[in-house]
Write a protein that binds this ligand. Sequence first.
Ligand code: PMP
Length: 524
Amino acid sequence: MADLDLAESHLLGWLSTVGLDAHYVRAEGDYLYRLDEQGNEIPVVDFAGGYGSLMFGHNHPEIVALAQEMLAAGAPVHAQFSRHPYATELAARLTAIVSRETGEDETYNAVFANSGAEAVEIAVKHAELDRALKVAELQAEIAEHIEAARAAVAAGTASVPAEAALAVGLDATAPEPVGLEALATRITEVNAARAGVEPLLFALEGGFHGKLMGSVQLTHNAAYRIPFAALGTSARFITREDLPALPKIFEEERVDLLDLAVTGNEITVVSRPLPLLCAFVLEPVQGEGGIQVLDAESAALIQAACAGAGCPIVVDEVQSGMGRTGTFLASTGIGLRGDYYALAKSLGGGLAKAAVMLARSSLYRPQFELVHSSTFAKDYFSTTIGLKVLDLLEADDGAAYRKAAERGAHLIEMLRSVQRDFPDVVRDVRGRGLMAGLEFQDQSESGIEELRQHAEGATLGYALAGKLLRTHRVRTFPTASSPNTLRFEPSIHIGDEEVARLESGLRDVCALLRTQDGAGLLET
Ligand code: PMP
């Protein structure tokens, strides 16, 4: 039984084929340590950075000390349905930071969660609750208007003209004139059918929002999404080229409910737009999509179209937020304002699992709290660590944000220098702050069979990451949906020496790719 691996051994087996199946025994700062055959520690520089969850590195001493203190003091970690002053404070501080950055006065209500996908799903769930309540409010208003029309007809102050019957598709030429009751019945039937139309979700092409049943339908990558399409509401994916046409795309989806008005001495039929647009979900910097930075112009097009059509914007800052790009939210850098924000990853300080959904207070529906919860969310341990992370970010007038920007610029400049020297093998370098990516040229035309296979199987990035780990003791991975792009998301403490180590590793890989040295690249 001891040899039986039932914990995703298929994945491990695959990682071993490219030499990525390391076993780490210790972690500190930007280093992970594994043991050699004699039991000595081998340091590996970690540029994967917990996939963006380690703004302050592994086991930051202040975060570890706080965790130890909490546990030693018998902290009430699982005290669901009680007062949570630490979570209240965390929510207050998050909203204060968001207001400072966006320059808006509005507060945001917080619903805590455990993972990034969960925070995104909470935002979409809330948006759908809000939409459904708006539909119900509209229907209630229409019912009142029908009553008012009925009263006016009964009092003899208004009558139903033939145009009103025609407007709802009733035959106005029938021997009996169409009365108010026939009109009301027709309107109620039409509205009931239209109000049941499925909500519309929009997301950007290339986006990644998680892999749970709901969130995976917002994740563009077909391999993750399509097998589970039957389980969730599918999103409409918008390309950057589509953005100028977004108002038209929204308008084409428009569905109206029918309403009645008493206009002078006539009953008239009026159209009321049905709130059908549930949410537009996007990342300001697409992480798994290959470190693609959204430009301010695209952000402005989305913002204007969504404001015009009443579509709430969910800004997924799970990877880009918490200071990684040099500001608390990456979206503020491009002028994008969310009705909802999803934050996770570094909120847990590398120790706790923590995430949060922030919803604009002016659209927040308190009844959401009665229909959504999780055993593990909002606990003392994770929210207290979240507060510590904010302390670290905000200390010295935001020195950590400046450090992220400065270290990121240094890292990206190094990547660009590699690109300049190897334009034949490096296709692009992208990123902002400590969210950087280097995309290799496609190798599907390579003369080396194994390289071609990796290119065709979308595993080239893993093979190159394996080489970097084996030979250079540098840990990185490709982004999930852009397999030729390696990601670099270290902590703000990443040193010049570590960046130089990455540089020599990348230059080695580039030289081997240039000479098409398959053995040098791929031998494990
Ligand atoms: N949104 C974004 C932008 C992400 O990058 C990720 C994870 N890479 C998620 C959502 C999902 O987060 P989690 O893995 O914590 O569910």
